[in-house]
Design a protein around this ligand. Structure first.
Ligand SMILES: Cc1cc2nc3c(=O)[nH]c(=O)nc-3n(C[C@H](O)[C@H](O)[C@H](O)COP(=O)(O)OP(=O)(O)OC[C@H]3O[C@@H](n4cnc5c(N)ncnc54)[C@H](O)[C@@H]3O)c2cc1C
Length: 352
């Protein structure tokens, strides 16, 4: 079989890169082993434009959001399924200090488009502990990236554009410039989109990944109707009727990607700081995030092998970063366009 490109990994990174390359007329095959603990399968897909204790704009959010809306709308049309929802984010302000910081930021003219003048939580308030006050952010959203990747996988299978296996690195022949062959598949190059799996990639394991394990719960709350995300220590994200995703924990030291009792208890503690009554827990999941030491993605070409590329390091923000960066990556591969210096792996070329 002869194709233009081979992508390894079909999380949100590999999926959106495949979509970008296909739109540019390329023939692309994906290899993926459908790891149950892939980050994309566990994530809530929340997009929060204003974050942290000082309520600052998330990195490049104004560049990312228009592309988020366009790309997910294109995929919704292609796959005939809704993935993206505009969602406001309720921030609980638990003391006068937080309220003051909030008020200061909301008066900043560069932030006006994000702050709701009269925050509203509606009937859902009856489920919550009482708090001194709340704030509300607009222009955020939520993408069901797990469903998107699943639906896209079905399309890849029906187009015979995916191999269901773990890549065997030893079978990859990349010795010829501009050509790579793998088990009878000839292509111009390979793009590795392996998420946390990249730590075991012999070509790119010099990059400073700082993987973090995240765990999340699913809970049921009867007679509840919330269409916003609540953020207080953890996020409460609506998924289906009366169902919410609660997460996530963050751990830098872990033995494997399985759910742990410790993280569950921690999340339960957060639940009781938010809700009057403990919600019924129906699921507990975990995965490893592909986080990088400098908290910036990893895009580019291997310093010594011009036919090996990487698109990774989406960390905690795959849902918002992947649409814009997959277009950048495709443009870099096809047209040699410049990458943003903050994401280009050239910044680590001294470490190869
Ligand atoms: C608990 C949790 C909550 C999160 N919440 C959010 C959120 O609310 N919003 C947000 O934007 N982000 C969130 N994230 C982060 C988000 O999940 C990641 O940024 C994103 O999913 C990373 O996507 P990826 O495609 O790079 O990696 P992955 O999703 O891990 O996909 C990698 C794929 O590559 C495959 N693979 C790896 N190695 C090989 C190999 N050698 N051969 C074949 N296949 C291989 C794997 O099976 C997998 O399918 C969260 C993450 C976690 C863990």
């Amino acid at each position: 079989m002869s194709v233009d490109y081979l992508i390894v990994g079909q999380g949100i990174a590999g999926t959106l890169l495949h979509f970008s390359l296909k739109k540019a007329g390329q023939k692309v095959v994906v290899i993926d082993n459908h790891h149950k603990g892939a980050a994309t399968k566990v994530a809530a897909g929340g997009i929060n434009p204003i974050t942290g204790k000082r309520y600052v704009k998330s990195w490049k959010i104004e560049t990312l959001m228009p592309v988020v809306r366009t790309v997910y709308a294109e995929l919704e049309a292609l796959l005939d399924t809704q993935f993206f929802k505009e969602r406001n984010i309720i921030r609980i302000l638990k003391n006068a200090g937080e309220e003051n910081t909030w008020l200061g930021r909301s008066a900043d003219p560069f932030y006006l488009k994000y702050f709701v003048e009269h925050p509203l939580i509606g009937d859902f308030e009856k489920h919550l502990n009482s708090f001194p006050s709340i704030g509300e952010i607009k222009n955020g959203g939520q993408v069901d990236i797990a469903l998107l990747v699943e639906k896209y996988k079905e399309l890849l299978f029906s187009n015979q554009e995916i191999l269901n296996e773990k890549l065997d690195y030893s079978q990859l022949d990349y010795s010829k410039k501009g050509a790579v062959s793998y088990k009878g598949i000839e292509s111009k190059a390979v793009i590795f989109c392996e998420g946390a799996g990249a730590a075991k990639n012999p070509f790119f394991n010099y990059l400073p990944f700082e993987l973090s394990k995240g765990e999340a719960l699913t809970v049921k709350i009867k007679d509840s109707n919330l269409d916003k995300i609540i953020r207080h220590r953890v996020s409460v994200v609506p998924t289906q009727k009366d169902e919410y995703w609660i997460g996530a924990s963050n751990s830098w030291e872990f033995e494997n990607d399985d759910p742990t009792q410790e993280a569950k208890e921690n999340l339960e503690e957060h639940l009781s700081s938010i809700f009057k009554n403990k919600p019924e827990i129906t699921n507990h999941q975990s995965a490893i995030r592909p986080t990088v030491k400098d908290r910036r993605p990893l895009l580019g070409v291997h310093p010594n092998h011009s036919n090996l590329f990487i698109f990774n390091g989406l960390g905690t923000k795959g849902a918002s970063l992947a649409p814009y960066l997959s277009q950048q990556m495709a443009d870099f591969i096809l047209n040699d366009a410049d990458l943003l210096s903050e994401v280009d792996i050239q910044r680590y070329s001294g470490k190869v």
